[in-house]
Design a protein around this ligand. Structure first.
Ligand SMILES: CCCCC/C=C\C/C=C\C/C=C\CCC(=O)SCCNC(=O)CCNC(=O)[C@H](O)C(C)(C)COP(=O)(O)OP(=O)(O)OC[C@H]1O[C@@H](n2cnc3c(N)ncnc32)[C@H](O)[C@@H]1OP(=O)(O)O
Ligand SMILES: Cc1cc2nc3c(=O)[nH]c(=O)nc-3n(C[C@H](O)[C@H](O)[C@H](O)COP(=O)(O)OP(=O)(O)OC[C@H]3O[C@@H](n4cnc5c(N)ncnc54)[C@H](O)[C@@H]3O)c2cc1C
Length: 666
């Protein structure tokens, strides 16, 4: 069936004022990445084994088995096609189903690479990369997740046997949540309190075998299982998040990951000359990957909502003529276009963070630890900011799609359910922002001591100016000047951080002040993270960008991103005196103009994400715009429509009807 809606997207595409192909390369990061990504996405989309449209209708057991089948198929295809690591990771990504492979490749392998000695890497990495063992990462316990120093599991060295005894001393010490642990992993990196010679020495990682490599049964002393069904249908229930209790499980001494701390045959604990936080390295690595992933999830939701908003028509016609595309409503634009801009903003800041992480890693390898606090603050802060915004944005996109957004066939409910735990895993977002705040307060107090700030806090070196400056914006167009925008963001962030530092000093101890002012501290941390995102976006659009009109579109999006934040946080911009109410109004006026400029390009800007219909998994977001026919076809495929008269009619509907008939005769 061909319906009018299909033409809408073709019309939209014909309005684009930029080279979509060139934008695709900018979005991907390079021609090479585009080619790899495109090829892997198509391989997945064309393989019926990777079908995912039935996920929300499957029961947990069926769903999980289905995931196991897909994971096995991923491994098989990766081997058959002789994929590189880069290609295989994209292939897994487009399969778009949380499963044990994510944790094996995303945390187990990085933990060994980051925390293991060279010898340990030589032993374990080949086994892991050939998938002769399957690993996961068990840090969180039933009683403690955020507070890593509060973990209870112990690893006690026994010099008599040259072994560690891994033990769960209480119910609250059971490991709880690790993905892949419940039913699949054969091995795990367990984080536990190192005890030797009767003394505690802090938290370290230990490789423990969980299950037999012959028949998959748990090894002696190990009680293990799945923690139960999670939020949403389908969604993260494909993953076997698990629990495990260790009852004095013995492992060889060399199963402790000993890159930063060695335990000798005699039980002496030798700390390397590195900061103890290096043991948190896997978290820093994963947080950095989560920032990149945020732009994928956000862009996916935005792609669905933009295409559907171009198809959907409501009101505005006379004599039953053609109605208005909901994308033309300013209110729809003001909710949707900042999210589109945020997707691009997060993509660029994610790329930058990848660079920062690589740079820091290189320095760490050369025993330069000076940038570690900055790397921690950036990864923690940006993980928190981007995942919170993305989770809220997916829900907003669902609402932007009206009633149909609530259908699983829109793809949005499942996307939300899969995505929202990103606000919690790898560090609760508030807990992480408090880490950023701690870093900021330290930076401010160092400023007072005459130390020059570096990295992303360099702007704070301009302290006097930032404390006093008044925005020069006197027309809407002034808000298109990068220097005007940046100054406002930097001044707001700096003033908030300085106010926190000043107020903390009024308390009896810094700890008491920090605890009491934590609400303000979180706001200061967000303001600082927004400086990072805005300044990276501005930097990006100031570069040479090939492709007709591409740079211009990115400039529009960059200013939408910045100005919508000024609007959103106008209270802070005004109360800190960085802008006046009149300047806030001018910024809003400019924002409205920018919405008008992005409107004709909106569909092409989401086409630039280059998503396949398989990856989008949405009747509303289809490339061809054939929304209504697809919604109808998918409704007909629902298990409830297998029969015209439902199961349960005889037992439960008929008797009710009969009873009603009897009553009406009385
Ligand atoms: C397809 C791709 C697949 C990729 C797969 C991965 C991800 C996506 C998919 C699914 C999700 C899967 C997995 C999720 C996995 C997990 O969730 S694993 C568990 C994660 N757990 C956490 O993140 C716990 C959060 N808590 C902490 O990190 C710490 O406890 C803390 C909050 C940071 C506090 O640390 P602590 O040492 O107790 O205290 P303090 O605040 O006093 O800090 C002391 C100093 O240490 C510095 N610091 C803290 N963390 C780091 C770090 N990571 N790196 C460097 N430095 C750090 C801190 O700034 C303090 O420094 P000072 O100079 O003393 O101020
Ligand atoms: C889907 C999913 C997958 C996961 N996968 C893994 C995995 O593979 N491996 C693993 O080890 N773990 C995993 N986890 C666990 C995850 O890392 C933890 O849930 C996370 O670190 C948060 O810790 P918590 O659950 O203890 O939260 P809590 O710390 O108990 O948080 C509860 C509330 O308290 C607040 N809070 C806590 N501390 C403070 C504070 N100091 N100041 C102010 N507020 C505070 C938080 O903001 C939150 O609102 C996973 C979790 C989920 C949801």
């Amino acid at each position: 069936m061909v319906v009018a809606s299909v033409d809408n997207l073709a019309d939209e595409r014909s309005k684009a004022q930029f080279d979509v192909g060139a934008m695709k390369i900018v979005w991907a990061g390079s021609k090479h990445v585009f080619d790899v990504t495109d090829r892997m996405a198509r391989i997945v989309a064309s393989d019926p084994e990777f079908r995912k449209d039935n996920r929300t209708t499957l029961g947990r057991k069926e769903l999980f088995k289905n995931t196991l089948r897909k994971m096995a198929h991923v491994v098989k295809r990766a081997n058959e096609l002789r994929l590189t690591e880069e290609e295989a990771s994209k292939l897994r990504f487009f399969v778009d189903e949380p499963g044990y492979l994510d944790l094996h490749w995303g945390m187990f392998v990085p933990a060994i690479k980051g925390q293991g000695t060279e010898e340990q890497q030589e032993k374990w990495l080949p086994l892991a990369s050939r998938m002769e063992i399957i690993g996961c990462y068990a840090q969180t316990e039933l009683g403690h997740g955020s507070n890593v120093q509060g973990l209870e599991t112990t690893a006690t060295f026994d010099p008599k046997t040259d072994e560690f005894i891994i033990h769960s001393p209480s119910l609250t010490s059971y490991k709880w949540w690790p993905g892949g642990l419940g039913k699949v992993s054969t091995h795990v990196v367990v984080y536990a309190r190192l005890v030797s010679g009767g003394q505690e020495h802090g938290i370290y990682g230990f490789i423990v075998q969980l299950r037999s490599l012959d028949d998959h049964t748990p090894l002696p002393g190990i009680i293990i299982g799945d923690i139960g069904t999670k939020f949403g249908s389908g969604a993260y229930n494909t993953m076997d998040n698990g629990f495990v209790c260790f009852n004095r499980v013995r492992i060889p001494r060399n199963h402790m990951l000993m890159r930063f701390c060695q335990v000798t045959r005699e039980g002496n604990v030798c700390l390397s000359d590195v900061p103890k936080q290096m043991v948190y390295g896997t978290m820093v690595y994963v947080r950095q990957t989560i920032v990149s992933d945020a732009s994928w999830a956000l862009s996916r939701a935005v792609c669905i909502a933009v295409r559907y908003s171009a198809i959907r028509r409501q009101f505005g016609s006379q004599d039953r003529g053609i109605e208005t595309q909901v994308l033309d409503y300013k209110t729809q634009q003001s909710r949707l276009f900042p999210l589109l801009a945020s997707a691009y903003a997060f993509r660029f800041v994610g790329e930058w963070l990848k660079w920062l992480y690589a740079d820091v890693t290189e320095r760490l390898q050369a025993n330069d630890f000076s940038t570690l606090p900055e790397a921690h603050a950036c990864t923690a802060g940006l993980k928190s900011l981007t995942t919170s915004v993305t989770a809220d944005a997916i829900e907003e996109c669902r609402k932007l799609c009206g009633g149909h957004g609530y259908l699983c066939s829109s793809g949005l409910p499942e996307l939300f359910a899969v995505y929202v735990p990103a606000c919690t895993y790898e560090g609760d977002n508030v807990v992480l922002l408090l880490q950023v705040a701690r870093f900021l307060v330290k930076t401010v107090s160092r400023l007072a001591a005459g130390k020059k700030p570096v990295g992303t806090t360099t702007y704070m070196g301009n302290a006097e100016h930032l404390m006093q400056c008044k925005s020069s914006a006197s027309s809407p167009e002034d808000w298109l000047k990068p220097s005007v925008v940046l100054e406002a963001f930097e001044a707001r962030a700096f003033r908030l951080a300085v106010a926190c530092a000043r107020d903390i000093s009024k308390f009896s101890t810094p700890e008491a002040g920090f605890a009491e002012l934590s609400i303000d501290l979180v706001e200061a941390a967000i303001a600082h993270c927004e400086v990072i995102v805005v300044s990276r976006f501005i930097e990006k659009v100031q570069q040479d960008i090939p492709g007709d009109g591409v740079k211009e579109q990115l400039q529009i999006l960059c200013f939408i991103y910045a100005l919508h934040l000024i609007h959103k946080h106008s209270g802070e911009f005004l109360s800190t005196g960085c802008i006046t109410p009149e300047q806030a109004t001018l910024a809003n006026e400019q924002l409205r103009t920018l919405y008008g400029q992005v409107r004709p390009n909106a569909v092409s800007l989401v086409d630039a994400f280059n998503y396949t219909d398989h990856y989008l998994g949405s009747a509303l977001g289809r490339y061809d715009g054939n929304v209504y026919a697809t919604l109808y076809a998918q409704a007909l495929r629902d298990p409830l429509n297998d029969t015209v008269v439902p199961d349960g009619y005889e037992e439960f509907i008929r008797p009710v009807l009969k009873q009603t008939m009897r009553l009406s005769r009385l």
